[in-house]
Design a protein around this ligand. Structure first.
Ligand SMILES: [Zn+2]
Length: 340
């Protein structure tokens, strides 16, 4: 869909009261929205690796809208209302995944200014370290390496063209999708192959700390002190479905223990890495419950009704390319009417 045409259609939903009507049909449900990064707008927002970043300006507009049309509550409060079938109408929880420092630098001040709370799910082994997720390393190499093609072993040797931006983005999606469902040693060996083949070492944290640096434990503690909820996003951001039962148990338990030690409070909230259908399995519900987690959020789009499995809550992801019309439509669920 062309951008202007898309904007026109989405605006139509708002001005034609379609969103307002749809919001009403979702009144007795819990909406949870997902952010990853909030930072000042720059040209980089046009690039693929900023797709999950929201500008401070848009974030503020979105919070103003949420405050006007929804009741933003804590996840703890939302859990109780869902469990006891006591949703009073238009409840919304704001959540953040991963634990980037920009959450502390840019999202926190705006949340405080608007007197809103949010839940921050942090990947504990990255807190206080200059490292980044392997998916971002793969992405950085394929988008930035100064080569026009690369040959790597994805089920046999394959040569992937990197001649222009579209090809680079496609390559990044292809390689990351392939690796997502491979064991860790395969992910690591392909990553090494990519570095060797291209001669590009992804030093993204140093080059672009606003986007890639993770919070320190002191910053996480300050978030907590400011009234934010802190949950676990595992220790290492491995997809749980790729781990043995023993390994996933260690990820869930280890992250909980370190959060409890560092923050001096119980950690009962969890968010699945990637969080799509298939990234979590029934035995993870059992493990989470056994360890004392009270809920887990996915990245499966939707809203939550009483009776919902508390270990598979739906969320709506907010991305860089959503203007206000698109944002409002996704919250109301009317974007489905525009599947062009
Ligand atoms: Zn994540």
């Amino acid at each position: 869909m062309r951008n202007r045409f898309k904007h026109f259609l989405f605006s139509g939903l708002e001005y034609g009261q379609v969103n307002a009507l749809a919001r009403r049909t979702r009144k007795r449900s819990l909406l949870i929205i997902t952010y990853h990064s909030v930072l000042p707008y720059s040209k980089k927002f046009e690039s693929f690796d900023y797709r999950n970043c929201v500008s401070t300006e848009n974030f503020k507009k979105q919070l103003i809208f949420l405050k006007r049309k929804y009741h933003v509550i804590s996840l703890k409060e939302a859990e109780e209302r869902l469990r006891d079938n006591k949703l009073s109408g238009y409840e919304c929880v704001v959540s953040f995944d991963d634990g980037f420092r920009n959450n502390y630098s840019y999202a926190l001040p705006l949340l405080k200014e608007m007197e809103l709370s949010a839940v921050f799910y942090v990947t504990t082994s990255f807190i206080g370290r200059q490292d980044m997720l392997w998916t971002e390393k793969v992405n950085a190499i394929l988008l930035n390496a100064e080569v026009s093609k690369v040959s790597i072993h994805l089920d046999g040797l394959q040569t992937i063209s990197l001649a222009n931006n579209d090809e680079r983005e496609n390559a990044s999606v292809k390689v990351r999708t392939y690796l997502k469902y491979k064991p860790r040693h395969v992910q690591e060996s392909i990553l090494r192959e990519l570095v060797d083949e291209t001669g590009y070492e992804p030093h993204l944290v140093e080059n672009d700390p606003e986007r890639y640096a993770f919070m320190s434990w002191d910053e996480v503690r300050e978030m907590k002190k400011a009234g934010m909820e802190i949950g676990s996003h595992t220790r290492n951001h491995y997809l749980l479905n790729m781990l043995s039962e023993e390994e996933s148990y260690r990820e869930l338990k280890g992250s909980k223990e370190v959060l409890e030690k560092e923050l001096g409070q119980a950690c009962t909230l969890f968010s699945y890495p990637n969080g799509a259908e298939g990234n979590f399995l029934p035995h993870h519900f059992r493990q989470l419950k056994e360890l004392g987690y009270s809920s887990a959020v996915t990245q499966i789009p939707g809203v939550n009704h009483p009776g919902q499995n508390m270990y598979a809550l739906y969320r709506i992801n907010i991305s860089a390319r959503m203007d206000m019309a698109v944002f409002k439509s996704y919250l109301a669920g009317t974007q489905k009417l525009l599947t062009l």
